[in-house]
Design a protein around this ligand. Sequence first.
Ligand code: DGJ
Length: 731
Amino acid sequence: MKRVLSILSATAIATAAFAHPEAGKIIRISTDNTDLILKVGDNGRLYQTYLGPKLLNADDAAGLGWAQYAASDGSVSKRGWEAYSTSGNEDFFEPALGVTHADGNPTTYLYYVDSSETPAEGGVQTNIRLRDDKYPFDVTLHYVAYPKENVIKTWSEIKHQEKKPVTLSSFASAMLYFNEMSYYLTEFSSDWAKEAQMSSQQLQFGKKVIDTKLGSRAAMHTHPFFEIGLNGPVKENSGEVLMGTLGWTGNFRFTFEVDNVGNLRVIPGINPYASNYELKADEVFTTPEFIFTLSYDGSGQGSRNLHDWARKYSLKDGDGSRLTLLNNWENTAFDFDQDILAELMKEAKHLGVDMFLLDDGWFGNKYPRKDDHAGLGDWEVTHDKLPGGIAALVKSANDADVKFGIWIEPEMVNPKSELYEKHPDWVIEQPNRDTYYYRNQLVLDMSNPKVQDYVFDVVDNILTENPEVAYFKWDCNSPITNIYSPYNKDKQGQLYIDHVRGIYNVLKRIKAKYPDVPMMLCSGGGARCDYEALKYFTEFWCSDNTDPVERVYIQWGFSQFFPAKAMAAHVTSWNKNTSVKFRTDVASMCKLGFDIGLKELNADELAYCQQAIANWKHLEPAIMDGEQYRLVSPYESNHAAVEYVDKSKNMGVLFAYNLSPRYKEKLQRVKLQGLDPSKKYRVTEINLMPGTKSKFAQNNKIFSGDYLMKVGLDVFSFAHNTSMVVEISAQ
Ligand code: DGJ
């Protein structure tokens, strides 16, 4: 990359007539492998001096200068990397925080006040207080470092005691800087049935922004995570990569800016789009958490860092087991009744899953939910369809010896509903413009506490009346359209933010009252997939696209940031040109479920599925709780291979896929990872269709872990859209 020399002078240095009493103070935020080092400059402001592999010597960490020199001859800018850069300062590039003070002044300068360290679950929390020298305006930066997982979580708190409200025009969670020769961004674009599509580009001078303005179905067009390859494109097993994700279930924005001297700043946060925030005195504006890891061995290690961190410290019931299930959406859609459901529950049992999950279409009486035009908001069982109510369904599930779960979409309303008739003022809708509907529905105004109570009651009523309901699938199919809050008329600029906070209020209450009820987060597929929501949900639905070929890519994308345990995958009849085996093997790489009528399966296919479920349960310690290794990328070959190894390195499983091999192409031998080189492992093909013989050349043989990792296995073939699953068991 061409470096642009700058003749900007270091005004910050020039104006610091007297050194600040805390000048030179070092704040070191460390994991086992990474150091983020901040330093108080001579001028009293806080600068990032380092972010990278952990420094061995404390002296070296202390010796880092706060002013960044862009060239060794000192001829260029000595501007510092302000830890939380503010609007109107001498930096001239994108700030983290934009403030207009009560008197109209658009500038803010933050000075170091003090810092503290407090223990946090799994790590250490550092809190750094900053204050403007001319205004009673405060920012506290928080960082939690998780040493073993090499993850850092950071967020900020903004408050003031000015006489009138101040206006926040941007409010990033954090800011990070890099000084490398090149930066390559991998982003994850999305749409309905096309989630987590990975693409990469080199970042050049200027800004690249990834953001969404969707409000509620917030990650429909892109997901709240990214990777940055330093000095080269992101690679799976080598190279330095930053992997970051924002815990926010609303509009988000990542800004990546390469400045005049070739340094990169990364600014993650809530998208300030249409959200000028009026902050009152003493009100605390808490930004979402930005979670990141730096891996020095490619994105594979970065993913494993995040998977471990999530299961231990973030994901709801991260260390618990998961329920396999049979869902009815793809099978019946809205077309079911009590008897049909009772039959499906028996099918669930016959299949061998733990639970039956009833999807959309069970509610509404004045406006029954017989399609997606009516009924949303009226969470009362449709009496004609289900005369015995939820109680009868729970009883049928008990009779069939499976658990019972139920679908809801409580933040939404169809205009054709009793709820809308009773409470039109509970809905986000323009008072003076035509209404724009997405999937024939509107979004409830979650900034309104009465609406929050109502949404809480949807879950609370179901569970109070039917304590045996074992699971919820919580859907969200519409973005916010017609943005306008009838509740908070004077604060329209806060609606996008207050709406999300309202959702969290409800989810917190649900988790407090029903801590053990698992829930799936769904948003017309995978349009909600962030770590704040996942504090309340045990898993998320990756995509309505269950074509196994597409799913290989979608799951590959999401697995960069989420453990398999958080990712729900179902076997359906999407792409019937592929075998039931192929579909099941792909779904088995995540939290396994089914959404298919058993009548669609012949006897062998049914027997196959039953066996595959039993195998999945047996392999749970590897797939759900182990280490994941993405061995062969579908983006880089005509195949894919993913391996899971349990923490004790005694049990593993290799999923290998032949997607679209070319005629006589060279077949790659797949080298395993993460095994104990000194242990011996038997490799056995499992998930075989009844009556078929394994064609796996090394089937049932025993090899050392060393051999398997250095020589590998011949698991690929030329047959399009086929799969092989190999169990690896220590002897
Ligand atoms: C969208 C979800 O992604 C589907 O799985 C299904 O639940 C439908 N909504 C129901 O309307």
